[in-house]
Design a protein around this ligand. Structure first.
Ligand SMILES: N[C@@H](CCC(=O)N[C@@H](CS)C(=O)NCC(=O)O)C(=O)O
Length: 222
């Protein structure tokens, strides 16, 4: 049985795992599910993505990436050197935990037409500014986020940085990523078929996702 990636193509976390699977040349199919249809025995918090394997299911995008890396070593999603591999994981952790998860608090207003409080905006801006500064201290972008070689950290950076930037522009009217050339970085990765396919699938899925959000949470967008 092939692997099954569950979730939806407009999700940044889903896409992070999907890019890793595509980069690895993994044998997998996609099972489209929005939140209400998530199998909570596989993803107890009701989040996507989750991966169905012949031996059992796993949730959490980073865990899926690690599974793909371990089962497809030829994909070289992590460097062989232990410290270099740990530096890639450090970047993934910063991107997921200190950038995306913080920016996410503001998605209801930045992306879904809802409202968040001024207090939350103020606290979040301080955290984002500090966390982006810290991340930029670790990131290389020469030209990949971890250095001269493509790695798992690029799957996180590619999927999360545009959202962090969008939050900055839409909530604060600010370029929170400073003079970082996000456009150039995305173009570099879009030259890879795994990224180009994922981006095209995301764009195609976005109208259905927004319609789902409107229908499911009319008064409180997710
Ligand atoms: N830490 C999780 C985050 C996944 C996540 O937040 N996914 C969003 C979609 S982009 C979701 O399922 N949200 C629904 C919810 O939180 O209930 C991961 O890395 O997989």
């Amino acid at each position: 049985m092939a692997l099954i990636l569950n979730g939806f193509a407009a999700s940044n976390y889903y896409n992070k795992s999907k890019i890793a699977l595509l980069e690895a040349g993994a044998d997998f199919t996609e099972h489209p599910v929005f939140f209400k249809d998530v199998d909570r025995t596989a993803s107890p918090l009701g989040k996507v993505p989750y991966l169905t394997t012949p031996q059992g299911s796993i949730s959490e995008s980073q865990v899926i990436v690690e599974y793909v890396a371990q089962t497809h070593p030829q994909a070289q999603l992590y460097p062989a050197d232990p410290l270099a591999a740990a530096k890639v994981r450090e970047l993934c952790a910063f991107l997921d935990t200190h950038l995306e998860l913080v920016a996410r608090r503001l998605y209801p207003e930045a992306l879904f037409g809802g409202k968040v409080s001024d207090g939350l905006k103020e606290i979040t801006r301080k955290e984002l500014v500090a966390n982006i500064t810290a991340f930029m201290q670790l990131a290389r972008f020469t030209p990949y986020v971890a250095g001269d070689t493509f790695s798992a950290a690029d799957t996180s950076a590619y999927t999360h940085l545009p959202l962090v930037r969008a939050v900055g522009k839409r909530i604060y009217g600010e370029e929170l990523l400073g003079d970082f050339d996000l456009k150039g970085y995305l173009a570099l990765l879009n030259a890879r078929p795994a990224f180009a396919k994922t981006a095209a699938d995301a764009a195609a899925n976005m109208p259905a996702f927004l319609a789902y959000i409107q229908a499911t949470y009319p008064s409180r967008p997710a």
